[in-house]
Design a protein. Structure first.
Length: 394
């Protein structure tokens, strides 16, 4: 299937730049809890007072899962725009870009930070040319099916666990890494470069195990496909002409997503994800609806603010134009702050403090990105990515 050209090759869609910048900033607010080891602590140690518990609750309701979902949506939109502007010739170029992204993600994951998302995006991205040959209706059905798949699989697991007689034990309130891994985590905050490398590899193994256990892959791919569908329907290419649609999406996203996320947090606190139970199924289903819906509510709201001429979020546009650079720079800054070869703040911060650090980093990146793009056309990592893709200076 060949898509016809709908936008000039070098025309930027400002709403997407702003949304990408907001997503990069939002991802950091989720990631700082991992960067500083808070997610590996028991709840009473991770949030020992009311202020920290409040910040942790707000993160779980408003941040967790939402911004990586937006970024996944944008990845699918980006692929769709490349096809729209370049037709079938863009497919081979997209594959080259994806192989390069996979290499960048592997370097990031193995040598710097295990929480990398780029490898996952690249690996799943190789499937997008297949989806590009599907019709609009099929794309929407695939997106819904992929987003629903984790809940369906959990329902099967819960039924097997319950009816096989394994569900008699009480669920544990805090499930986390095995005790044997904790010494590696402790070394991250106390040791040198070698300890950081070894600990990061242990984290990486746990990270990919968690992606499988929580059935993250179809969630990400579902948002990819939804983003491609948005390009096909014209919503992503010309949001300024689709205000009524954006208003409906914003209302539906907030109206369904916010209460579903609040209910999901309450359900998961009562019935943890593992072992699989009927109560856990409720929390999983609420998350399965709430996270993508609230992410779509955020995305539609940002797009509305931009197309309506509200400049409150315009400082995020430069951040979005060099999103890959900013994403990797967040890892560099936080690893230096957290790990033992740097400032050693691992397990020394609490949720309120990490959110303050995230806000400071995002503020710095807004100013730095604006300065950089006044002097250069692309962010440094974006320049390398494009240079390797096209094989010549650009």
């Amino acid at each position: 299937m060949t898509l016809t050209s709908a936008a000039p090759a070098r025309e930027r869609i400002v709403a997407l730049d702003v949304l990408r910048g907001v997503a990069v900033g939002g991802i950091l607010f989720a990631n700082v809890l991992v960067f500083f080891g808070i997610v590996f602590l028991p709840r009473d140690l991770a949030a020992p007072n009311a202020l920290d518990r409040t910040f942790l609750l707000l993160e779980r309701v408003f941040v967790e899962g939402k911004f990586y979902s937006i970024f996944s949506l944008l990845f699918g939109i980006g692929f769709g725009i490349q096809l729209t502007r370049g037709g079938e010739d863009a497919v081979s170029r997209f594959r080259r870009r994806t192989w390069i992204l996979l290499a960048i993600g592997a370097l990031h994951a193995f040598l710097l930070w295990a929480g990398d998302i780029l490898m996952l995006y690249a690996l799943l991205g190789f499937t997008l040319p297949w989806f590009a040959r599907r019709g609009n209706g099929a794309l929407l059905r695939w997106a819904v099916a992929l987003l629903a798949l984790p809940t369906a699989l959990y329902a099967v697991a819960a039924a097997v666990w319950t009816f096989a007689g394994s569900g008699g034990g009480a669920a544990s309130g805090d499930w986390g890494p095995p005790a044997s891994m904790l010494r590696y985590f402790q070394a991250l905050g106390e040791g040198g470069f070698r300890d950081a490398l070894v600990g990061n590899l242990v984290l990486l193994a746990g990270r990919w195990a968690d992606l499988v256990i929580t059935v993250r892959l179809p969630k990400v791919l579902g948002m990819f496909v939804l983003g491609l569908w948005m390009v096909r329907t014209g919503l992503a290419l010309a949001p300024e002409g689709r205000r009524a649609t954006l208003v409906r999406w914003a209302a539906l996203g907030w109206g369904v997503g916010l209460p579903a996320n609040v209910a999901a947090v309450m359900a998961i606190d009562r019935w943890p994800y593992l072992p699989p139970t009927l109560g856990g199924l409720l929390g999983t289903a609420l998350q399965g609806v709430g996270i993508p819906m609230l992410a779509l509510g955020y995305a539609a709201t940002v797009a509305l603010l931009v197309v309506n001429g509200r400049r409150i979020l315009s400082p995020f546009a430069p951040v979005g134009r060099m999103a890959l650079t900013n994403y990797l720079m967040q890892s560099v800054i936080c690893v230096v702050l957290s790990y033992g070869f740097g400032f050693g703040l691992w397990w020394g911060m609490r949720p309120a403090g990490t959110m303050g650090i995230a806000a400071a980093i995002v503020s710095f990146q807004i100013a730095a990105s604006d300065w950089w793009l006044e002097h250069f056309r692309y962010g440094p990592v974006e320049w390398v990515w494009r240079r390797l893709t096209y094989g010549r200076p650009i």
